[in-house]
Design a binder for this molecule. Structure first.
Ligand SMILES: NC(=O)c1ccc[n+]([C@@H]2O[C@H](COP(=O)([O-])OP(=O)(O)OC[C@H]3O[C@@H](n4cnc5c(N)ncnc54)[C@H](OP(=O)(O)O)[C@@H]3O)[C@@H](O)[C@H]2O)c1
Length: 393
């Protein structure tokens, strides 16, 4: 029987890679629904190729433009719009698997809906887990869903953990070691980074990704978000999660055991590997990624991150200590600040300043519900937007 799949965020970097892997295995997967936001022409092309039952966008005018393109191509995909439609395609009873690849807090509700309805969830949308970790993991436990990490680091750790690993029995694991490429500004100091432009920040040396995660990789906020993501996914405190900069991005992450052993997962830096791993799990299938050439690679380098030059990573460590809803504030402030940087409203190094401002101006409370999460998120976004406007003057 083939798996029915919904791809949330199909038009993005992860979405495109997912559809590429799926196209290589037509006997295993059928596309039930695809979603996009602004790139309706790309979404139309994906619908013509994959013939999903539904395509979802948020905006009604974009939905009309998409409908027109599909009708002109005699494509029978039905176009829906709005956030409820995202939730519907994530939780439809015919769906087996959901790739959650919307970027940012915009993906929270649909990703959570997929978890609550017991789908196999392939989690790329790390921001959802950072914002609502406790609610999210409670929903995973309650629905019995299979949650598989797509982030290459967390997917690597998932592959290296012992089968016996659980909350009660860590199976001899003493710590997790997250790899960080170091981004385009590895080795730079803050004054050097002050004038950098969005194209420079998005030019990641190893990974081809969407704009937001590319900027997060350049500030190392991405690693901060990943520490919080790892805390929730693997139920381990931040004190047992190390970060090591590894510029070749071949060792995707490692697990350290009490007996001195370290297990690592290696591969070429191509997101189709973790995507194929999660799609086929617990089996394996081809991803289209070539074999790693160790001789051509010849060396692997590792170094400590320089937190003074990447203050976002320091802020994230602070957030793991503060707990409560500090991660929601940090995530929201970061999303607003990154967008302001991409829109040329603030400078690159001001991203950290703005996030720090939002954290310092907030009192933290334990969120009890999704409404609490969304309230804190909204408040932090408003506060950060105001700060960005002040800095622009
Ligand atoms: N790219 C990677 O290699 C990578 C690796 C690890 C984890 N991730 C995580 O995966 C997620 C996606 O990353 P990405 O690089 O694929 O991002 P991306 O290329 O920017 O794609 C984001 C997707 O979300 C859609 N989207 C944007 N805003 C939306 C909104 N308000 N409502 C609904 N949909 C919206 C976009 O639609 P349009 O494009 O049509 O506007 C697109 O389909 C992020 O959480 C990221 O941290 C990515």
């Amino acid at each position: 029987m083939s798996q029915m799949i919904t791809v949330l965020g199909a038009t993005g970097s992860i979405g495109v890679s997912t559809l590429d892997v799926i196209a290589g295995h037509p006997e295993r997967f059928k596309v039930f629904a695809l979603s996009g936001n602004r790139q309706f022409q790309r979404l139309a092309q994906q619908c013509i190729t994959h013939r999903p039952r539904y395509a979802v966008v948020i905006d009604a005018q974009i939905a009309d433009q998409l409908r027109a393109l599909l009708e002109a191509s005699n494509c029978l995909t039905q176009v829906l719009c709005g956030e409820q439609a995202l939730i519907d395609i994530a939780s439809d009873s015919e769906v087996d698997t959901v790739m959650a690849a919307i970027v940012g807090g915009a993906g929270l509700r649909s990703t959570l809906a997929a978890v609550q309805s017991g789908k196999k969830v392939l989690l790329a949308n790390k921001e959802a887990l950072v914002m609502a970790g406790a609610l999210f993991m409670d929903a995973v436990a309650h629905s019995g869903t299979t949650l598989l990490p797509i982030d290459s680091e967390h997917n690597a750790i998932f592959q290296c953990l012992p089968q016996a690993y659980s909350n009660a029995d860590r199976g001899g694991v003493s710590k997790l070691i997250l790899s960080a490429s170091g981004g385009p500004f590895r080795g730079w100091d803050l004054p050097q980074m002050t004038p950098v432009t969005p194209p420079q920040a998005c030019a990641h040396p190893k990974w081809d990704m969407g704009a937001k995660i590319s900027v997060d990789s350049a500030t190392l906020m991405n690693k901060g978000l990943e520490i919080i993501e790892a805390q929730w996914l693997f139920k381990i405190p931040a004190s047992q999660i190390d970060v090591v900069v590894h510029p070749q991005s071949v060792v995707h992450s490692m697990v350290q055991f009490v007996d001195g052993s370290v297990l690592a997962q290696l591969g070429n830096p191509d997101m189709r590997t973790p995507i194929a791993h999660a799609l086929a799990w617990p089996e394996r299938m081809s991803s289209g990624v070539g074999d790693l050439d160790f001789v051509a690679l010849s060396r692997l380098d590792f170094e400590d991150p320089v937190i003074d030059n990447f203050p976002c990573l320091g802020l994230a460590y602070g957030v793991t200590e503060a707990g409560k809803d500090a991660a929601i504030v940090m995530n929201a402030a970061n999303e607003v600040a990154v967008q302001a940087f991409l829109d040329l409203r603030i400078g690159f190094t001001q991203i950290a300043d703005v996030v720090e401002y939002a954290l310092n101006a907030s009192c933290f409370n334990e969120p009890q519900s999704l409404a609490d999460v969304e309230h804190t998120d909204k408040r932090a976004r408003a506060m950060t937007s105001h700060r960005v406007t002040q800095l622009e003057r």
